[in-house]
Design a protein around this ligand. Structure first.
Ligand code: PMT
Length: 400
């Protein structure tokens, strides 16, 4: 299943390094070409000979080992389909987060455009340390695939979270990532962030949307093989392979969405679009000494309703609903009025839910299916649940 795939397996210095040998064996058995790279720390835990014997090439440990290949990191990084780091210590996670290259592995991590998967393993205190939590969150945001550690027995007889995920789980994650995804060939456009409507040269009407949910949707769809465009009001780092159209106002978002939607198979409006904007934006800064301004507002166009009215026959159109009360009634009304195939409703008044948080909790409504609840989870998990339903909706609408 991994035939023809070239995987650089980075092994760092933790007690779980011995499991890298089994991971390498399983990847080779699945058809992958495994290039093992060990850090100096890893060499304290396992012998290079053992890993070399069960990989596809001898282990590489230093930037300067091979006189015939003076810059091995670029060759390794550029030729890889995946860089897998298992186990990943707190040190390599921190180094990769800040772009610090101190050895062969950290150089390879920077000299690649291939996806990166990290499998952390460390003691519970380290895994839960705010610095590590922060580094992991930043890497996830950047599109790095993290295989979370398990809870269980750790070195020294302690028990807790931090044990390297099992080789089966890691190899299954690699196979999922490198197999053609269930959204391959689909064109997807997703809006993200909150629009900003100018009042004068310096002031805007804005809202609290961070764009995190929209970017998580984009990362998920791209990873599942779709060709994804984000229409975004924020400057988050684009997930790998995702094109970004930067917009500011509801009018700009409307024109980008109306241009892209007719040629898209799936359209998702996760953006928080202002419902009102000033009738006129003053082109200079309003001065305090001129008195309190009277700002007259007008409604913005309802972008989603417009897309629903002109939806191509085979397209799946997904809206979001940000509610604080009567979630189901309000969401179902929007589903119906805007001619949507699906609406993802979040109770933005609930803890850790909706605007700005890394997590969300949603109920997904569609015309012919019972409500589907996704309890509090990171926004990427919410995105996966949304696209699981999009994919099954497409399959039942157009069975092969
Ligand atoms: O960005 P984050 O910080 O991660 O937060 C995520 C989120 C809370 C913004 C997201 O999960 C969400 O709920 N997005 C929709 C917010 C919203 O505007 O909801 P609404 O119920 O007001 O609008 C319903 C739908 O109509 C939405 O899909 C919205 O994009 C769309 N709409 C609304 C107004 C308008 N003028 N044009 C629109 O297209």
């Amino acid at each position: 299943m991994l035939a023809g795939k070239r995987i650089v397996l980075g092994v760092t210095g933790g007690i779980a390094a011995y499991k890298a040998v089994e991971i390498s064996r399983r990847l080779v058995d699945a058809g992958a070409h495994v290039v093992p790279v060990m850090t100096a720390g890893a060499e304290h835990f396992i012998g290079a000979t053992t890993l070399s014997a069960l990989a596809s090439e001898p282990v590489k440990t230093r930037l300067w080992d091979d006189p015939d290949t003076p810059i091995p990191h670029t060759r390794l990084g550029q030729g890889a389909d995946l860089i897998l780091v298992a186990p990943a210590t707190a040190r390599v996670i921190a180094a990769y987060r800040i772009g610090l290259s101190t050895d062969l592995l950290t150089n390879v991590l920077l000299a690649t455009r291939a996806p990166v998967m990290m499998c952390p393993a460390m003691h519970t205190e380290m895994w839960e340390h705010p610095a590590v939590v922060d580094n992991i969150a930043a890497l996830r945001d950047r599109g790095v695939h993290i295989v979370d550690p398990e809870s269980g027995r750790l070195a020294g007889g302690d028990t807790g979270a931090g044990r390297l995920a099992s080789p089966e789980v890691i190899v299954a994650a690699v196979q999922r990532l490198l197999s053609p995804g269930d959204m391959a060939g689909l064109r997807v456009v997703i809006s993200a962030g909150g629009t900003r409507e100018p009042i004068d040269a310096v002031r805007v009407i804005a809202n609290r949307s961070s764009g995190k949910q929209g970017y998580a949707l984009a990362a998920e769809a791209a990873e599942r093989g779709a060709s994804v465009t984000l229409v975004s009001t924020v400057d988050l780092v684009a997930p790998p392979g995702v094109a970004v159209q930067r917009v500011e106002t509801a009018a700009e978002m409307q024109s980008a969405m109306e241009r892209l939607a007719p040629v898209s198979d799936v359209v998702v409006m996760a953006a928080a679009v202002a419902d009102f904007r000033p009738v006129t934006a003053v082109d200079r800064k309003l001065k305090k000494h001129d008195g309190v301004p009277q700002i007259v507002l007008e409604p913005t166009p309802d972008i989603l309703a417009g897309l629903g009215a002109r939806k191509p026959r085979r397209q799946i159109l997904v809206g979001f609903a940000a509610e604080t009360d009567d979630l189901e009634a309000n969401a179902r009304r929007k589903l119906d009025e805007k001619h949507l195939d699906m609406i993802v409703a979040n109770d933005v008044g609930a803890p850790q839910t909706g605007f700005q948080h890394d997590t969300n909790a949603v109920t997904i409504f569609s015309p012919d299916a019972p409500a589907f609840v996704v309890p509090l989870a990171d926004k990427r998990t919410i995105a996966a649940a949304v696209f699981d339903r999009v994919v099954s909706m497409r399959v039942s609408a157009h069975p092969t």
